[in-house]
Design a binder for this molecule. Structure first.
Ligand code: 1PZ
Length: 210
């Protein structure tokens, strides 16, 4: 549907390259622009993924409101955000459905899915089924945080994914071999964003924010 051909997944994954500074700080702005790109890509895959992109949009918008709000300076990095939101007290933070920490945690968990999924695509065989790669990645990551009905809907939507080669094609990076090379370059950047977030949230016991 729609925007296939309009942009390349390389640009999107490139955004994640700029998320981690030399001092291992996580910068919010480049992450959010990476997320917008992923959302646009997901939307180009068709309406069956609408309920997933809707939730992702809502979460990225919450983060943008924080970033552009009066306290925006505290939302430049993940580290400053955690420090700021924790300074009001952990109980207060746990009670807030729109906190930056809770919202980032949801996106962070989805990033693990993305990492596993892209790695599965990269190392898969020509005739591997994208839906199987996607389901396996989902079961190994996000699924444990989702209720049954969400798991069911997600797993159904995955059946609509095209074959591996067709999927590599819609990424718009060139022939499949080139797309595979690009994934090999890009995945470490996503791993690095995932890694620093995991470390930061574990340090502050934020990995189970309701
Ligand atoms: C290429 C195929 C795309 C598959 C995407 C795999 C992710 C499946 C996620 C299913 C999410 C279903 C909708 C709503 C879920 C929310 O309940 C949860 C928890 O949030 P809460 O309810 O606690 O506020 N939301 C999430 O787990 C965040 C999901 C973000 C998904 C982003 C997908 C990015 C896709 C990139 C495509 C290359």
């Amino acid at each position: 549907m729609a925007a296939a051909g309009a942009f390349s997944l390389r640009e999107v994954l490139d955004a994640f390259r700029g998320c981690v500074t030399e001092r291992r700080e996580g910068l919010l702005e480049p992450c959010l622009s990476g997320w917008w790109g992923l959302i646009r890509f997901l939307q180009s895959l068709g309406a069956v993924f609408g309920f997933i992109s809707k939730d992702a949009v809502a979460k990225v918008q919450i983060m943008e409101r924080h970033r552009r709000g009066e306290q925006g300076q505290h939302y430049e990095s993940l580290q400053s955000m955690v420090e700021f939101e924790l300074s009001r007290g952990p109980a207060e933070l746990r009670g807030r459905p729109d906190s930056g920490c809770r919202t980032v945690l949801r996106l962070h968990r989805a990033l693990l899915w993305l990492q596993l999924f892209l790695e599965g695509l990269r190392t898969g065989h020509r005739d591997s089924r994208t839906s199987t790669i996607c389901t396996d990645s989902y079961n190994a990551s996000l699924a444990k945080h989702h209720p049954w009905v969400v798991r069911k809907a997600a797993t159904l939507a995955f059946c609509a994914l095209p074959s591996r080669d067709a999927f590599l094609e819609v990424m718009n990076v060139g022939p499949p071999e080139q797309a595979v090379d690009m994934l090999g370059e890009a995945i470490p950047y996503i791993q690095s964003v995932y890694g620093i977030t995991q470390e930061l949230f574990a340090q502050h016991s934020l990995l189970d924010l309701p």
